[in-house]
Design a binder for this molecule. Structure first.
Ligand code: ADP
Length: 732
């Protein structure tokens, strides 16, 4: 019984068989029944790890086989490369794959001849705004993790993007993959799609709660689990699982907790590994240390040595894949993770422990319970089909009342319905402007008609209230966009030049307004002033103020008062001032980075991980690029200063090193060493004598050669011979 689906090329069945997939899982068979391989739109709401990807592949490959083009939308950039990897086997059969990443302004024309394109919803939205011509050629669109339409920050983009794609091609096949949610039929109604709503799993999942000296399962059964007197429950669970030859995934609610738990659990795993594993883990720890010269790297390596690891969004992507691979290979026995790992990364494990079921929430200013949907997604990572008899997912209770509460709240409960968040102000601002600028609507009526295709409209159509509400929000948003010069309202509605630019730059209009206001009367802005300006836009997540920070940054605000752009809120406007100070903290971190402070020193000073620094640096670089375009558009004379601030943050160097740091393979540390050795520019590097370069780069022969070659040095082997400057690449 092999996979044989009409419409899907035969080689695909062959590839599946090689992977050990011989027949369809029941939800996959239902999807085929519903016509997913014949161009039918489909919502598949099935549990984590039940084979959603294959459903998507059947749709995409049948579309390509009919001569069409498919798009796979992922929720996270990190998942784009993972999916690309998964689809790469198609290339030997002539199906070409492209990943759209990189700059938002890029229109991605090179993707026009790819059969399958992988991109995040933000990237697709931006490609539509920038008029990528191939968008019209799409026949099949897959939306992965579509339950994320419920997410206040990212959901609206996915919602609007799907509405736009369906407007461009009314016959578009939409395949929406979702975790089990409470209202899958509403999603199907929104997308005019068939529905597969299933709870089937390839391996049994036993959900339960640990309390006292026992595991209490949802089916009423119990099993003893002895917790030693100097042990925590998680440690006992990890110890027991390891003794049975299995591994454990522990979900916690913060990065700090992930690191703390891994450190402690490493003592448990250290007792359960054999000599051969110890040797392999030592090698892996070495590799981990080699990734970067930071405390996180050192901490992770120390855990890995003992068979444990942590995984969170503050880790670098190299660290994350090292951990994921070693966990899948069963070398690492326990991973403590924030929920990023539950979202899509395929890392099953014998047991899952959801240690923290509450998380700090800024909205409520305290701890808030996780949703059933989130907890079930984490739990769904338990059990490796074909390897374990069943998976076990556990919550931890520290009292009898909590035992009952957790059973009620998560073990026996069904996941919540998802709810559109489109009506929130920031999403409305951004998406209304983009909808107008890219020509989807040229009047209030047309806008409302367009919004009628969203999930929001589907969900609130019945009551009538929803429509009134929608109209009200549309009107106030239009008013805002008009007041700030992004749209013009006459008979209809049109985007101004500025509005077009803002939409193409992928900025929140409020960020653009803040930047324009700040740059307005700027004369000779400093880097701190510019970093602060972009750090206080809604497009930058600011660093939190910790205890003591308020005083420190208030002082700094007075000391450097002259450098800030735009209006400073008064200290008595508590909330606004607090925000402004958070932005100052963020700005000073960027300034430290652009002043060549060590990554480790920055991590220490601001209490952040290397991944956080990278994230802020990338966002600042993007926002400063946007500020540069806006200043250019408005004919302001601070364009040069913004460019310098951008290049400094991009490379993490002082102004005098920008030129050198731009040479491939040089980077901030090497640029400084070369500069100190008297080589101050790219041109000087090109003409430098190799021994000088070699000495500056601490005798690393290979590095020196690569760097010289990248700088356009004529012949790196011509020791001591100065090449003729007239034949360097720049002069040709
Ligand atoms: P989901 O996206 O639903 O979380 P995946 O698509 O990642 O789940 O599938 C989980 C695992 O199941 C993958 O390792 C995949 O290779 C495997 N799988 C999918 N379909 C089948 C099948 N029909 N038979 C056997 N294994 C399958």
């Amino acid at each position: 019984d092999v996979v044989d689906v009409s419409g899907v090329p035969a080689w695909f069945a062959e590839q599946l068989r090689e992977e050990g997939i011989e027949s369809l899982y029941p939800p996959q068979a239902e999807a085929v029944e519903a016509g997913v391989a014949e161009g039918e739109s489909l919502v598949a709401s099935v549990p984590t790890a039940s084979g959603k990807t294959l459903i998507a592949q059947l749709a995409m490959l049948s579309a390509v086989d009919r001569g069409g083009k498919a798009l796979y939308i992922v929720p996270l950039r990190a998942l784009a490369s993972e999916k690309r990897e998964e689809f790469s086997a198609f290339e030997s059969e002539g199906v070409s794959i492209g990943v759209a990443t990189g700059n938002y302004e890029d229109s991605g024309e090179w993707l026009a001849d790819k059969d399958v394109i992988v991109a995040t919803s933000e990237k697709v939205d931006s490609l539509v705004r920038n008029g990528a011509p191939w968008v019209e050629d799409l026949d099949c669109v897959v939306a992965d993790e579509v339950h994320l339409v419920d997410d206040p920050n990212r959901g609206p983009t996915l919602e609007v993007t799907l509405a736009k794609l369906r407007r461009i091609n009314p016959n578009l096949q939409v395949v929406a993959l979702s975790a089990t949610v409470g209202n899958a039929e509403t999603l199907a109604e929104w997308l005019d799609a068939e529905l597969v709503d299933s709870t089937w799993r390839p391996i049994d999942l036993k959900k339960g709660v640990h309390y006292g000296q026992a595991l209490h399962f949802g089916d009423g059964s119990q099993r003893e689990l002895r917790v030693g007197s100097n042990e925590k429950p998680t440690e006992a669970i990890v110890r027991e699982t390891l003794a049975e030859g299995g591994s454990t995934l522990v979900f916690v609610n913060s990065r700090r907790n992930a690191e703390g738990a891994a450190k402690r659990l490493a003592n448990t795993t250290a007792d359960g590994i054999d000599d051969d594993e110890r040797r392999k883990l030592a090698e892996l720890a070495e590799e981990t240390r080699g990734v970067s010269d930071t405390e996180t790297s050192e901490d992770l390596a120390a855990c890995v040595e003992k068979g444990a690891a942590f995984h969170h969004a503050g880790c670098s992507s190299e660290h994350r894949s090292l951990v994921e691979d070693a966990f899948r290979a069963r070398l690492i026995k326990v991973v403590s993770a924030t929920p990023t790992l539950a979202a899509g990364v395929n890392t099953p494990s014998r047991r899952v422990v959801v240690r923290d079921w509450r998380r700090y929430s800024g909205d409520v200013g305290g701890m808030k319970p996780l949703s059933v949907l989130e907890v079930h997604q984490m739990m769904g990572r338990a059990g490796r089909p074909g390897r374990d008899p069943y998976g076990e997912a556990l919550l931890l209770a520290d009292g009898h009342d909590e035992l009952d509460e957790l059973l009620d709240r998560y073990v026996w409960a069904d996941p919540e319905p998802v709810e559109s968040k489109l009506a929130r102000e920031p999403s409305m601002r951004t998406h209304l402007l983009a909808t107008i600028a890219s020509g989807f609507a040229d009047s209030r009526a047309a806008l409302l008609e367009f919004l009628g295709r969203t999930l929001y409209a589907t969900q609130y159509r019945e009551g009538g209230d929803g429509n009134d509400n929608l109209e009200r929000i549309v009107d106030s948003t239009l008013e805002y966009l008009d007041r700030n010069g992004f749209v013009e309202r006459g008979g209809g509605i049109e985007a101004t030049n500025l509005g077009h630019t803002v939409s193409r730059l992928y900025l929140d209009p409020m960020s653009a307004a803040e930047i324009i206001d700040g740059l307005g009367d700027a004369t000779g802005p400093t880097v701190l002033g510019l970093y602060h300006l972009v750090a206080r836009t809604p497009d930058m997540y600011e660093l939190y103020l910790r205890s003591g920070d308020r005083e420190e940054y208030t002082m700094l605000a007075y000391e450097r008062e002259a450098e800030f752009l735009g209006a400073t809120p008064s200290e008595f406007e508590e909330e606004r001032f607090e925000d402004w100070l958070s932005a100052l903290k963020t700005a000073r971190m960027l300034e430290d980075w652009a002043s060549e402070l060590d990554e480790e020193a920055i991590a220490e000073r601001y209490g952040v991980g290397p991944g956080d620094i990278r994230g802020k640096v990338d966002t600042a670089e993007w926002l400063l690029g946007a500020a540069e375009s806006l200043a250019g558009e408005l004919g302001l004379d601070c364009v040069g200063a913004i460019r310098e601030a951008r290049k400094r943050v991009q490379h993490g160097v002082g102004g005098e090193l920008i030129d050198l740091a731009g040479v491939r393979g040089v980077g901030r540390k090497r640029a400084r060493r070369l500069y100190d050795a008297g080589i101050e520019t790219r041109a000087e590097l090109r003409n430098a004598e190799k021994p000088v370069v070699l000495a500056a780069l601490r005798d690393r022969e290979k590095t020196a050669e690569n760097v010289l070659e990248a700088a356009g040095h004529r012949d790196p082997d011509m020791d001591g011979v100065t090449p003729d400057a007239s034949v360097t690449p720049q002069s040709r």
